[in-house]
Structures are given as C-alpha cells and as structure tokens.
Ligand binder design. Structure first.
Ligand code: DSN
Length: 443
C-alpha cells in the first residue's frame, strides 16, 4: 500500500529533478524498512509531514502576531496564534513562543534573556545525559556562560544509582549560587521531580528552567509530571515524543519572561520564523490534543519497559535500573566487556535496526566509542509495535551482538538473516499513512 500524497510528491519532484527524487525515494524506503530506535526520533503523520511542505514556506514574517515587519501576514498571524493557543492548552501554561527553529535555539534565547555573559548556571553534564546546549565547552552555553554541573548518584550500592542526586544538586547550587538551574535531559530514563528542583531553586535564589525536549509528548499526555507550575521557563523540541515537525518551543507562565525570551529569540537569535514549520506545529499540536494521543504515550512507556525487561533477560544492564519514560541507556559491557556502543550501532544498522551509541554514566570510553547505546520507543510505537514486537526487537539485537562477538563470518550470516526478518516485521507495521511508494524504483 502506498500513501497517495507521498506518491504524488515523489512523482512531482521526479518529473523535475530525478536525482533529488532518487534520494527522497531512498530515504522513504529506508524509513519504511528499518526499526527506528533513536529515542529522539519519530514518524510524524502524513498531515504533519505535508503541512511542513506548504506555501507557508514562501513567506517572511519577522516579528510576532499583530506586529510584523512585512505586509501580507494576515494568515501568518492566524496560524501562529492557533499554534500558540494549542501549545498553551497542551502544556497548561499562559504563554508560548512557537518560533524557535530548534530546541538549541530555544535554549539560546532563554539564556540570552535571563543571563548576562559570564553568569553561572547549573545543569547535568552532557556525558551523564545532559545536552550540548546545557554547558558543553564548545557550545554557546559553555563558551559564553559559566556552567557548574550537578552529578548523578554514582554508587552501585545506592538504590538510586545513576539517578539524579537531589542532595548533590542542592550542594552544588548552594555553593555556586547559579542564576539559573536547568533540569531536563537527553539520555535520562527516570521521572524528573520538578517540585524538588523548585525547592532547590528557591533556596539558592535561581530561576528554574526545564528542557523537556525528550519527554514533551509524555508531559502533554500526562504520562510524565508537568514542569508547570514549578518551572519559570520550559523549552522543548516538537519532533521527538511530541511527534511534530522538527522545531522548538518556549513556554512560561511569567509575562516578563515571555517578553524577554520573545525579544531574545527575535531579533536576538533568529530572523524570519519558519512559517511552514509553525503551520505544521499547529497541526501536530492539534493531533496531540486528541484523546488518542494519551493512549499512544501510554503505549510508548509500556513498550520501553518491555524492551528494557527483555534486554535485561538477555544479560544487558539498563542504566539506573530501568525506565519510567520512552528511553533507556543500555550498558553493553554487562553482556560482554568487549562490546562497544560504536560496534553495536554499526552492526545493528547493517541489520536495519537504527540506534545511537551513547556514553553511560562514568563511561571510561571516548564519546565516539562508548560502552552503551540509547534506545527509545516513540517511533516503533507510532508504527503499531506492541510489547510482543519489542521483545522480538530485543531478540534481534542480541542475535546481532552475539554474532558480532563471534567474528566477521558469523556476523555476516546473522546480519543477512535478521535483516530479512526485520524487513518482514516492518512490512506488517506500515509507516503512518502507509508504506511509501516503491513504484519509483521500477521507473
Ligand atoms: N540530538 C538530540 C537527541 O538525540 O537527544 C538532542 O538534541
């Protein structure tokens, strides 16, 4: 089965530019026939995908609704207002800026609005599950501001081993008195206690920011506690568990922070907003407001738990002891000390299973090698995988990694076998809107 709009788009581009169309067809085919386990990726609906490809791309609309620097913005105002209203409803807050091109740019705008150059902020370090824009030395956040990092519990005997150490967060904050305390992570599988962060922020006199890029869909559906009313400002991406187009969002209940972050984003960080993406954000937020979205997010969590349990049964270790959300960090060395994240990512990709290598807490290996992989369930759940399929995914992963340890011949044979089974499984769970056109390949 093919999706008619995908076919029409492909035909249209093919007629004008066969070279570009061939690349698009290749990517459609790759997405349709691989198991996508990257925790920050998803399969947006055909409505969202095609909303991002509309004539809204033609329009400049610097400024905000009602205050634009260009004429012809009536429909820009309508769509940006609709996107804002839906974002506010979804996250239960007073103000939303839907213009950030990405999560990193949303974060940059918040930093520029709330901090002066050289000001101190507290966050989790990248290698423990944070994000580049939370203070990495080469990023704007680490170059122009002063990060101090709070640690995870790192004590195998501790019940919260590899989880946020709230006492340590407090000590770091009381010692350094950051102007901003940042929570929310890229590779953290446990529930974040926003109320505890609020209490620490109040005690040390910091503003509290949450970057919920990963968990936004869960938060919107009530499957993870909300950062509101605890946080002063919240940023997110729109394309991960939220299943919208690629982009960012800034949310707050504070009108002064709203005004300051608006100014910091435009004209501070960005020029013209991507109106076609804002259009697609409005469509995606509309989808997320429908009752089925809660069911989807419940299945995302159940599927992540099922995958984590099955991998544990195969001898892998799930960092922090499990997952409360959509993702998990898998310590491969528990299965075999020779396994690396780099090898796992490469070997699995050859068998049509896509994931990313990821450092585990206290990883002694370099970031391009690592001892772990990060796996997530949003994309497979969108395709309709249930817990039985997630168990099967764990079997595929273990077969490939076991074969890889045996050597090249064993790996080649098992890759061939697993790839066939993966393609067959994917065939039973088409992409949203149907498996894309294969007609193209016979032209
Ligand atoms: N690159 C994203 C992720 O994979 O988590 C974060 O921006």
């Amino acid at each position: 089965m093919t999706h008619p709009i995908d076919d029409a788009v492909l035909d249209l581009i093919y007629a004008q530019d066969p070279d570009a169309a061939a690349i698009l067809a290749g990517e459609q085919d790759r997405q349709a026939h691989t198991i996508e386990l990257i925790a920050s990726e998803n399969h947006a609906s055909p409505a969202v995908v095609h909303a991002a490809g509309t004539c809204f791309t033609n329009k400049y609309a610097e400024g905000y609704p009602g205050r634009r620097y260009y004429g012809g913005c009536a429909h820009m105002d309508e769509i940006e207002t609709l996107a804002r209203e839906r974002a506010k409803q979804l996250f239960n807050c007073e103000y939303a800026n839907v213009q950030p091109h990405s999560g990193a740019q949303a974060n940059m705008a918040v930093f520029m609005a709330l901090l002066e150059q050289g000001d101190t902020f507290a966050s989790l370090v990248l290698k423990d599950g944070g994000h580049l824009s939370h203070g990495m030395s080469l990023n704007f956040s680490g170059k122009y501001f002063k990060p101090v990092h709070y640690p995870l519990h790192y004590d195998k005997a501790h019940p919260q081993h590899e989880q946020i150490d709230y006492d340590a967060v407090r000590s770091v904050c009381m010692e350094h008195k950051p102007k901003l305390l940042l929570c929310g992570y890229s590779a953290y599988s446990r529930t974040i206690d926003f109320a505890k962060f609020r209490a620490i922020a109040d005690e040390c006199g910091a503003l509290l920011m949450a970057d919920i890029a990963h968990i936004a869909g869960l938060v919107a559906a009530g499957e993870h506690p909300s950062p509101f009313p605890h946080c002063d400002v919240v940023t997110t991406t729109t394309h991960k568990s939220l299943r919208g187009p690629r982009g960012g969002l800034i949310l707050t209940n504070d009108v002064e922070i709203f005004n300051a972050t608006n100014k910091a984003l435009f004209p501070g960080v960005q020029g013209g907003p991507l109106m076609h993406i804002i259009f697609a954000k409005a469509v995606a937020f509309g989808e997320a407001l429908k009752p089925g979205f809660k069911d989807y997010q419940q299945r995302v969590r159940a599927n992540a738990k099922a995958l984590a349990a099955a991998l544990t049964d195969h001898g892998y270790r799930i960092c922090s002891g499990g997952t409360d959300n959509h993702l998990m960090l898998v310590d491969l060395t528990a299965r075999n000390p020779e396994l690396t994240g780099r090898d796992a990512e490469t070997w699995l990709e050859a068998a049509n299973i896509i994931c990313n290598k990821n450092g585990i807490p206290d990883d002694q290996r370099k970031p391009m090698v690592t001892s772990g992989v990060r796996l997530g369930s949003p994309a497979t759940t969108t395709r309709g995988f249930g817990e039985a399929e997630m168990k099967q995914v764990a079997v595929f992963i273990d077969r490939i990694l076991t074969a890889g340890l045996k050597g090249e011949d064993a790996l080649a044979a098992e890759t061939e076998a697993v790839r066939k089974e993966v393609r067959s499984l994917c065939g039973q769970f088409p992409m949203p809107g149907g498996t894309p056109a294969t007609v193209f390949f016979s032209q």
